[in-house]
Design a protein around this ligand. Sequence first.
Ligand code: CMC
Length: 438
Amino acid sequence: MVEQVETSMSETGKLCVDGSEFEMPVIVGTEQEKALDIGSLRARTGYITLDDGYANTGACRSAITFIDGEKGILHYRGIPIEQLAGKSRFVETAYLLIWGELPTSDQLASFSRQLTENALIHEGMKYHFEGFPNTSHPMAMLSAMINALSCYYPFVLEFETDKDIDKAATLLMSKVRTLAAFSYKMSKGQPFVYPDPNRRYVGNLLHMMFTVPYKQYEVPRAFQKALDLIFMLHADHEQNCSTSTVRMVGSAGANLYSSVSAGVCALWGPLHGGANMGVIQMLEQIQEGGMDIDTCVKLAKDKESGFRLMGFGHRVYKNYDPRAKILKAAAERVFAQLNHRDPLLDIARRLEERALSDQYFIDRKLYPNVDFYSGIIMRAIGIPTNMFTVMFAIGRLPGWIAHWREQFLQGSGRIARPRQVYTGQQQRDYIDMDKRRA
Ligand code: CMC
């Protein structure tokens, strides 16, 4: 399997610090992206770099996903996302991301079989779920339960062979659906529904979520296809906040399940995966008359308001997010197939048009991101808003696994540990209690 393809040049860059010049090697990626390797900077100059939000910092070398944010390009293992969206399915794409190559039909059949055979979770885990109040957020439950998985599969605490990683990865990919569906059932106060071995990856998830004892849920094909596409488009996005979290936690030697559990927590944030909930809440507010489109755009431009146009803007994309483009078309398709209209889709279209013609958004190159249209499709499927980010987590799982695995196999063993510029008090003496003033 291809794990790392990298071109390098003997080029160097020069940094001038305190009047002295220091040469630093230039690292060149396979798509000709260049990085200045400042690994020796502090030792040679005494300086560190300061990079708010890591916007200019490459934290690792990775052979998994390539993004060109200026051009709106996204490749998984070299393959354009548009090709995968047209020809592949989520499970096949997950295989590609984790193991680096598209599977042969035997490999895919074997992976799918293992996903089916491992979907049950240990009965003991049901009691963990039952301990949560039914007001618990499904993301809190998902993160806790992924972490708890290592108690049932202790081999993940210490991998002995590469095969152990593959096994842990497959178990997690399989069980995450059951954990997500059980979280949903807890929040609904409904009995758990066990996985059905005759259903495929996405169909099984929807079955476990929506079947109730008195009514078997028949999963419409259009829903399966649409959710499969959503999962695939979310499957990896290089060093985003949650993936960087997974790598950071993993760099300390933490096991795959703890690292992924931390990634789920990062994803929950409204600026990251939580934005898909924010989009629907914003669109609903407009629909219910709580705000009109002009006010929404005005508020988003006003820094004092603390309001942002949810589903807009991206750290890397300074062009239309290619995933949003695919999802916008998918939303139109799903509604046409269902012969259904959602007023939120019309509002979203108008809001997009309004924002894209506004100078504020043009100047800052703010375009719809993946979260802008995904929620509208999930709403049509019947997925409640508080499960949107859980769906994102299921989709992003192969990416988290692939990055954890890549880092583990690279085996540098170096803990991720940034530095800081300290801005607090200089050294001072302890003051006894009777001498302190408020
Ligand atoms: N609405 C209004 N203004 C915005 C927005 C927005 N959605 N996004 C960025 N800006 C402004 C920002 O205020 C700043 O303006 P100025 O230069 O005048 O200070 C400028 O655009 C650059 O923004 P930034 O904060 O430096 O951008 P960032 O790279 O730090 O943040 C982001 C990226 C995605 C967090 C941000 O665009 C945002 O908050 N978007 C809304 C939340 C959202 O949709 N998140 C999902 C991201 S995609 C999926 C995922 O990764 O989970």
